[in-house]
Design a binder for this molecule. Structure first.
Ligand code: GUN
Ligand code: ZN
Length: 452
């Protein structure tokens, strides 16, 4: 426990992070400071951001300075859709969605009935996220209450920021991944009560019916009710990913106009609903998504991998539907949103998405879709200091003087060649949860001893 008064002391303790700050503002605009400074207080809040030459007069007495030189400082990545239990199955291809689930994913998820396995994978997963630059992830676990509880515990301990939930499945599932509806609802409510809002909302709960095929009508409807009983929580599920899946949903729910309508009739559509994929949807669905302020997770690497189709980005933007990017590991082979940004552009045959726009979707765009942009997603005074230190020189084939190129070109190299090697440090609420061994953060310029 902190001693009385330590909070105000912590608040006064300031750290300056120096580097080339790039801060996305909209899908076509970013601000930047080449010799910039991010000033963070001891509670992990951003006190100021700007040119160091101007700020250093005000903040001459900061307690610590980390000088990242010309390295880039961005807001941390927001991954709108990822599966914790699937990390052991990356790169295992050879089928489209439903066959791939049966062959690789359901057996891997069944193993989460073993708490020891659940803990081992959760530990690995929550180290990997910041290693890949992700500071906020929206996470699927499995149906197992204990495994989900362990995942929350590990994220809480390691300092990750997550929106996460226990998966719910009560039909058309293998016996090892089937649960009774009443138990599923009870476990979900228990976990939401225990974890939603933990550590000043660093951890939030998402009710997580897997998709319409593996949820009965009753499960969807009861989950809608449960969601309304826990204000501020999320719904996280899959929507219209593959054609085969859409056909199956049409057969299972003949009274619904569309796949989205299944969720809508169950009361699962609204602010803080996160729908992964949304490829095979029509304009009526888009109007419902827009009006309801739902969030879509565009998961291009996964869509390439399972040959699911192409996210209709032009129509989505045209209708004003909010969206961000999802790695969808393990259907997406990598957690790193640099690769996802590249695929987001590559998979669209007729549309060029600029690197700056892609960086927007990977950061503040995703946070906006989640309605968490008042707290995170960009580097602004008063927000929580979630940021990454990025050095493109850590990868072969990148020109040695890349950091002296125009910023648009640096961003382009990052998007088209970026991977986890370029992440040198990842901070959530001002705390380094990942630092490369050779990070310059190890050498601080100025350091005053912390008071006891
Ligand atoms: N639809 C239902 N479950 C899954 C899953 O685990 N991964 C993907 N990509 N789609 C799904
Ligand atoms: Zn998924």
């Amino acid at each position: 426990m902190s001693p009385v008064g330590s909070n105000s002391y912590k608040k006064e303790r300031l750290t300056a992070y120096l580097g080339h700050i790039v801060n996305p503002l909209s899908d076509s605009l970013y601000e930047e400071w080449l010799d910039g400074a991010l000033i963070v207080d001891g509670n992990g809040r951003i006190v100021d951001v700007g040119a160091w030459a101007a700020l250093k007069k005000t903040y001459a007495a900061v307690d610590e300075i980390y000088d990242y030189e010309r390295r880039l400082i961005f807001p941390g990545f927001v991954d709108l859709h990822i599966h914790l239990p699937q990390v052991t199955q990356v790169g295992k291809s050879g089928d489209t969605l439903l066959g791939w689930l049966e062959k690789y994913i359901f057996p891997a998820e069944s193993r989460f009935s073993e708490p020891q396995h659940a803990r081992q994978i959760a530990n690995w997963f929550f180290d990997e996220l910041p290693r890949n630059g992700t500071t906020l992830a929206v996470v699927f676990t499995t149906i197992h209450e204990e495994a989900a509880d362990i995942a929350f515990e590990v994220a809480a301990h390691k300092g990750n920021r997550v929106v996460m939930g226990k998966v719910m499945m009560d039909r058309h599932s293998p016996p090892s991944l089937s649960e009774e509806l009443s138990q599923s609802l009870k476990s979900s409510a228990k976990l939401a009560e225990r974890w939603h809002g933990y550590d000043d909302n660093r951890i939030q709960y998402a009710f997580t019916p897997r998709f319409a095929i593996t949820s009965s009508d009753d499960m969807l409807r009861e989950t809608g009710k449960l969601w309304r009983n826990y204000p501020g929580t999320f719904v996280h599920t899959h929507l219209a990913e593959s054609k085969e899946e859409v056909r199956s949903v049409a057969e299972l729910f003949p009274r619904s106009r569309s796949y989205l309508d299944v969720y809508d009739q169950a009361g699962l559509v609204g602010e803080r609903s996160v729908f992964a994929h949304a490829i095979h949807i029509d304009d009526t669905d888009l109007a419902v998504l827009s009006r309801s302020k739902s969030a879509l997770a565009y998961c291009p690497s996964s869509n390439f991998f399972l040959k699911s189709g192409i996210f209709p980005i032009a129509r989505v933007k045209d209708k004003g539907v909010q969206f961000g990017l999802g790695s969808d590991v393990a259907a997406g082979p990598s957690m790193c949103l640099f690769g996802v940004m590249k695929d987001a552009n590559f998979i669209q045959p007729e549309i060029w998405i600029s690197p700056a726009e892609l960086l927007y979707y990977a950061t503040i765009g995703g946070a906006r879709a989640l309605k968490l942009d008042h707290k995170v997603g960009s580097l602004e005074r008063g927000k929580e200091a979630d940021f990454v230190i990025v050095n493109p020189n850590n990868r072969s084939a990148v020109p040695g003087n890349i950091l002296n190129h125009p910023t648009d070109e640096i961003l382009s190299v990052l998007v088209f060649m970026g991977d986890d090697r370029m992440i040198e440090g990842t901070y959530v609420r001002g705390k380094a949860i990942y630092e490369r061994e050779d990070s310059p953060a190890k050498k601080t310029l100025q350091k005053k001893p912390a008071l006891q």
